[in-house]
Design a protein around this ligand. Structure first.
Ligand code: F6R
Ligand code: ZN
Length: 207
């Protein structure tokens, strides 16, 4: 690990940092249960465990005071009508924020709190997005045939909680509808404590 101030370049080639310590690759099989159209997911996976996104990290100690940073690249594509996206996560230390700076492509950051508040913010080159403490976040690439490239930076002690999103999904999904991105409710979103059975019981009966 570096012990003197350091810098690196982001713009070439293909926005891959000129130096990095870790290269994470996430393929379709890592997203089991996350896409709405399970049939399309299974069909795609049977053909190819496609590379959905990659992360290049600069290694720093995972302690408060340090800043973890790097580049995230979500490739273009869809599972059914739903765009390629990251797994998404809460930070384990909920009260830690994150900054994203979009360098290339078009997309959205889908966000929500443990209480179920949600926000979906556009990403495009030059846009800085501040993800507030407590907000889970997932980036979605809606570009036609182009990578979504973002620079991210967050506190060293944040940690990642993937399990909560894996279990309950995000409240909102970004899908293609009539050739345009659309934000829809996730019918499979589950929030602990919500009174599901009562809602179901209070549905009017079909005669
Ligand atoms: C770090 C962060 C990003 C993501 C990256 C991949 O806290 O938010 O670096 O880790 O965009 O997404 P996930 O981690 O959700 O697979
Ligand atoms: Zn994060």
């Amino acid at each position: 690990m570096k012990t003197v101030p350091f810098s690196f370049d982001l713009r070439s080639p293909d926005f891959i940092p000129s130096t990095y310590d870790n290269h994470i690759k996430r393929t379709l099989s890592a997203m089991k249960g996350q896409y709405l159209d399970q049939q399309a997911y299974n069909q795609l996976l049977a053909r190819d465990d496609a590379l959905l996104y990659e992360v290049y990290e600069i290694k720093r100690p995972k302690v408060a005071g340090e800043l973890l940073h790097g580049i995230s690249i979500v490739h273009p594509g869809k599972v059914g009508d739903e765009y390629f996206m990251t797994k998404g996560h809460f930070h384990t230390v909920l009260d830690t924020a994150e900054i994203y700076y979009c360098q290339k492509g078009q997309g959205y950051m889908v966000m929500e709190t443990p209480e179920g508040d949600w926000a979906v913010e556009p990403l495009f080159p030059g846009r800085v997005l501040y993800v507030l403490p407590r907000w889970a976040h997932r980036s979605v690439n809606t570009s036609a045939g182009e990578d979504l490239v973002t620079f991210f930076v967050y506190p060293g002690n944040s940690g990642h909680d993937y399990g909560t999103i894996e279990a309950q999904g995000f409240r909102k999904l970004v899908i293609e509808c009539d050739g345009q991105p659309a934000i829809i409710d996730n019918p499979r979103w589950y929030q602990p404590g919500r009174r599901y059975s009562q809602e179901r019981l209070s549905q009017p009966e079909n005669r």
